[in-house]
Design a protein around this ligand. Structure first.
Ligand SMILES: *Cc1c(COP(=O)(O)O)cnc(C)c1O
Length: 361
């Protein structure tokens, strides 16, 4: 995913005062999108730096010092009819609520989340900050489609001693994103690191979980792979996740398998959507433990899922020097079909019979 820190001008900030949430939409400095594009590089960087700064948020707090925070990632997508729609914001609202409870914070109400995400999308779009639908995306099943990435996150009150956040902020920002693939291959390798432990925070979308994921991914990249695959911390034999995405195995027996949710697996919304789409296509889906040996020997296709990548086929999986090379790209039939169905629904080319899209026009 091509990601840049080009914040859209409107930012949302909510603050918990001990009994209620007060909400504020903040319009950061901006020109028109065209004028901003025409700015000299340095001037544009200056503007982006200004926008990435909300006065009043403390430098030293539980989030910046101890990683005590959580976040979400979701997308608003331009539709063929000119409207903008957000994909399953109710699910992200629910997960953020659970995450905050998991971090012993007062949880941010789910209806506020959904309304804030949609209203922020509308405000930025009204200023012209939105991608326009491009019919040329259809030829490649929206592989090159653009979208708005929405990032809600928590931020704690000022603090230096160890403690929990009782009066957090919830901030929501938006940034443009294109989904095209920038990495030269899609090879995956298992990592010796562990992302989550039983009794830990693996099920929470929290900042702290990303440390080992980022380190593992960088190590995998240094060895020429795109993705690191985590095994379970207890036995080192069961597959858990990619570095920041869920993982699926289409086996020789025709079953689609993904690790079942426990407290070490992040409950991806793309994961849940793909399970539903696969079942509705007539595939048998199993949520269960899958050993690395079975994954290596029995997989016909492997793909990872997440908001950023959608469905992303893996061309090979390597574990302790052994490699399973898989059909991928256009050859991975199951991944391709699931990806085109998911993207088709997201961009409005396939009817949204599940009610997954929320209007944000
Ligand atoms: C966010 C995340 C995912 C993917 O979740 P989606 O809701 O599909 O974007 C998977 N694994 C981890 C560890 C994550 O943080």
């Amino acid at each position: 995913m091509a990601f840049a820190l080009n914040l859209y001008p409107w930012i949302y900030v909510a603050k918990y005062d001990g009994s209620k949430w007060s909400e504020e939409f903040i319009e950061q400095p901006h020109l028109s999108p065209d004028e901003e594009t025409a700015l000299p590089h340095e001037r544009r960087q200056e503007l982006m730096t200004q926008r990435n700064h909300v006065p009043g948020l403390p430098l030293v707090n539980y989030t910046t010092q101890y990683g005590l925070g959580c976040f979400e990632g979701l997308k608003a997508l331009p539709q063929k009819d000119g409207s903008l729609k957000v994909f399953r914001p109710d699910r992200n609202a629910h997960r953020m609520h659970r995450s905050m409870e998991g971090l012993m914070m007062p949880a941010y109400p789910e209806d506020l989340f959904v309304n804030a995400v949609c209203e922020l999308t509308r405000r930025n779009a009204r200023l012209g900050f939105r991608p326009d639908y491009d019919p040329s995306w259809e030829a490649e099943n929206y592989r090159d489609g653009h979208a708005i990435y929405i990032r809600p996150f928590t931020y704690s009150e000022p603090a230096i001693g160890l403690g929990i956040s009782k009066n957090p902020w919830v901030v929501i920002i938006q940034t443009p994103v294109s989904s095209y693939f920038t990495y030269p291959n899609s090879k995956a390798v298992t990592t010796h690191r562990f992302r989550a432990t039983v009794g830990g925070t693996g099920w929470i979308k929290c900042n702290a979980n990303y440390v080992s994921a980022i380190l593992a991914k960088k190590e995998a990249e240094a060895q020429g792979y795109m993705e690191a695959v985590f095994l379970d911390a207890k036995t080192g034999t069961f597959v858990e996740e990619g570095s920041s995405c869920n993982i699926f195995f289409y086996l020789r027996n025709g079953k689609l398998v993904t690790p079942d949710l426990g407290d070490t697996i992040l409950p991806g919304i793309t994961r849940a959507s793909i399970i539903q789409l696969a079942r509705d296509m007539g595939l048998e889906v199993e949520e269960r433990r899958i050993g690395i040996e079975e994954a290596l020997e029995e997989s016909q296709e492997i793909f990872v899922t997440g908001t950023a990548a959608g469905v992303s086929p893996i061309e090979s999986l390597t574990h302790q020097g052994r490699t399973n090379v898989l059909p991928h790209g256009d050859k991975g039939e199951v991944a391709r079909k699931l990806q085109s169905t998911l993207k088709g629904i997201q961009y409005g080319a396939i009817p949204d019979k599940y009610g997954w899209l929320y209007d944000a026009t």
